[in-house]
Ligand binder design. Structure first.
Ligand SMILES: NC(=O)c1ccc[n+]([C@@H]2O[C@H](COP(=O)([O-])OP(=O)(O)OC[C@H]3O[C@@H](n4cnc5c(N)ncnc54)[C@H](O)[C@@H]3O)[C@@H](O)[C@H]2O)c1
Length: 334
């Protein structure tokens, strides 16, 4: 089977992680082109990958015959540039969050369907071995019926060193909530097999001089009666940070894991087991394998546009709940 030809738009921090992930699937895919408005960034990444350099994505789309384009751009560009990729007849890999509004996510989905192309959204956490093991254990009944899920991230946002676009609400969509918390919504949607029916949230911009949110908390209710607690705290330095922790408590036990670690803890009545999930694979490589396989099998990938859109819908519901002081039902895209 011939190799899939990939183009990158955006050659910043996460594009480098994707380049590393591509190394694991070198027999299946090849990065043919890298585009960044910053020529040095494009050149440096393209040099590593043996790819052609572009500083305009329009030129890249016009000149290259690509199968998949990866977008690693500031959030406000995901939708407009994503639409151009789909209209060029190319499958679209979007970094999280899929876009900055649910309406934009719908526009991308409609465009993909019209052009018979697929969208993949890089909700990386569910491609981590910790998350996968947790879901496998929950599905096998290891903790009985899940009743409560908690997802917390406490990590300084590096306000002083952060690239300016992350601190501009028009470009980032929000602060910690749109940048960090798509991963937490992924925990909530991936580990509990039921739609979220209501959220009650408080979203706050506590960092002096900054207008994007830094700290949020939400109470989540699912259609099947499970409840969740979510918080992200990135405003100030904390003694015990960074801390990323997910816990699911059920009628017969609980599961706890730090997504970036290599183990999952399973507690049942009087026993506690630490299960190693160490492997030599890479979460980005798993994302790429899933997308390429889905395209070859002519099916939607697991984290498709509907999934990515549902993540954004929960974020929007949190903002709306915080603004109105009411519980809000997130939109459902499928
Ligand atoms: N999945 C994950 O774990 C994860 C981690 C970090 C970031 N991300 C996501 O990846 C995306 C990019 O984040 P980042 O940290 O790499 O940002 P970044 O600022 O490091 O990189 C963005 C790049 O886009 C380039 N750029 C801006 N406008 C452009 C345009 N019109 N055409 C071409 N290039 C342009 C910039 O020059 C920059 O090099 C965001 O959606 C972010 O949320 C995901």
């Amino acid at each position: 089977m011939s190799k899939v030809k990939v183009g990158f738009i955006g050659a910043g921090t996460i594009a480098k992680a994707h380049a590393a992930g591509m190394g694991f699937i070198a027999s299946q895919a090849q990065v043919a082109a890298v585009c960044d408005v910053n020529q040095d960034a494009a050149q440096s990444l393209a040099g590593e990958l043996g790819a052609t350099v572009y500083t305009s994505h329009k030129d890249m789309l016009a000149k290259e015959k690509l199968d998949i384009v990866l977008i690693c751009l500031p959030h406000y560009l995901h939708c407009p540039v994503g639409l151009e990729v789909l209209r060029a007849g190319i499958h679209l890999f979007l970094e999280k969050p899929m876009a900055i509004t649910t309406a934009e996510c719908r526009e991308l989905i409609t465009c993909a369907e019209r052009h018979n192309r697929s969208i993949f959204v890089g909700q990386t956490h569910q491609y981590r071995t910790t998350c996968r093991k947790a879901r496998e254990l929950i599905s096998s009944g290891a903790i009985g019926e899940p009743r409560i899920i908690t997802t917390e991230i406490v990590a300084y946002y590096n306000w002083e060193k952060r690239k300016p676009w992350f601190l501009d609400p028009a470009k980032a969509g929000g602060g910690a909530l749109f940048n960090t918390s798509p991963h937490q919504i992924d925990h909530l949607l991936y580990l509990i097999d039921s739609p979220i029916s209501r959220v009650r949230a408080k979203v706050e911009a506590l960092r002096p001089g900054q207008s994007v949110d830094s700290d949020s908390i939400a109470f989540i209710e699912y259609e099947n009666g499970v409840c969740g607690m979510f918080y992200v705290f990135q405003g100030t330095k904390q003694e015990d940070a960074p801390r990323v922790l997910v816990k699911v408590m059920g009628t017969a036990g609980s599961i706890t894991f730090a997504p970036f670690s290599e183990e999952v803890t399973l507690s049942r009545m009087d026993t506690m087991e630490k299960i190693s999930v160490k492997d030599n694979d890479n979460p980005m490589a798993r994302e790429w394998r899933e997308f390429i396989q889905a395209i070859r099998e002519n099916r939607q990938p697991i984290t498709d546009g509907y999934y990515g859109g549902n993540v954004v819908a929960v974020l929007e519901a949190m903002i709306e709940s915080s603004r109105t002081h009411n519980a809000v039902k997130p939109e459902r895209l499928n």
